[in-house]
Write a protein of this length. Sequence first.
Length: 306
Amino acid sequence: MASKLVENRDTQAFLDKIAGIGSSGGNERVKQIVRRIVGDLFATIDEFDVTEDEFWAALNFTAAGAPEIGLWAAGLGFEHFLDVRMDIADQKAGLSGGTPRTIEGPLYIKGAPRTKGFARLDDGTDKGETLIMHGRVLDNEGKPVAGAIVDVWHANTLGNYSYFDKSQSDFNFRRQIETDTDGRYKFQSIVPSGYAVPSGGSTDGLLNLLGRHGQRPAHIHFFVTAPNHRHLTTQINIDGDPFLHDDFAYATRDELIPPVLRRTDPDLLAAAGVEGPYTEIEFDFTINRVEEPMLAMASSRNRLVA
Ligand code: DHB
Ligand code: FE
């Protein structure tokens, strides 16, 4: 970025002052980061000849965007970029080969009910197709991890998440399932639909200005955790969704699109105790053993408690 005005001595000295460079207090790394960000924004303003009016319009817009800041982080690719960087760091630390991570998104709620082995996620009011998903949690040597927690959350057939959508019951489509002694988990739910950012909101407004859409393919979120294992944040996508490879949050990964099996055989339906045809997904999660306790924990992102 070339801005003569920003590069001149007076502006450079001004940036040093703004970032507290040369003052004794504060945190040196934060000073350097703030200096870089403010300097880059000064250069952007100068290079694009951003007017005072445009500056305040943009600031008003970002202030209005605060409630949707998590959507901005996803839609502007920050969450995916952080994933790419963590992948590289894990690889360097010899922690590769597990189930790929992908973004958390802003719609997790802490404290979903916990059960052992099996859970039903839906309250029965959404008449979407029944989904039965099951599999194991394994470590990087292929050994089952008993007592791992599979914390799962997903949208309804309108693409809406409980808690944020007050028409749904508490913790609808949200559960924590503890794996059994063979590392197995299983749940029954309904097949979710894709998601779109709220129409008319600040994210929608920003994406419109970029000529982009705010759609996500149908997906199911997971935290998979166990003591002494690398915390896994991931999702699976429902194969066949039109937005599968056109996700506004860039979260799709090839290893996270399991086969979707449609079950219609009356014997299978009877065995599963469901009335109509259902969808079955089998998916094993592999998590890596780690020594460092911090690596087994979730990031310090703010998470809502119901
Ligand atoms: C967003 C919504 C999601 O359901 C998700 O998984 C990720 C991001 C969002 O609105 O930004
Ligand atoms: Fe989501």
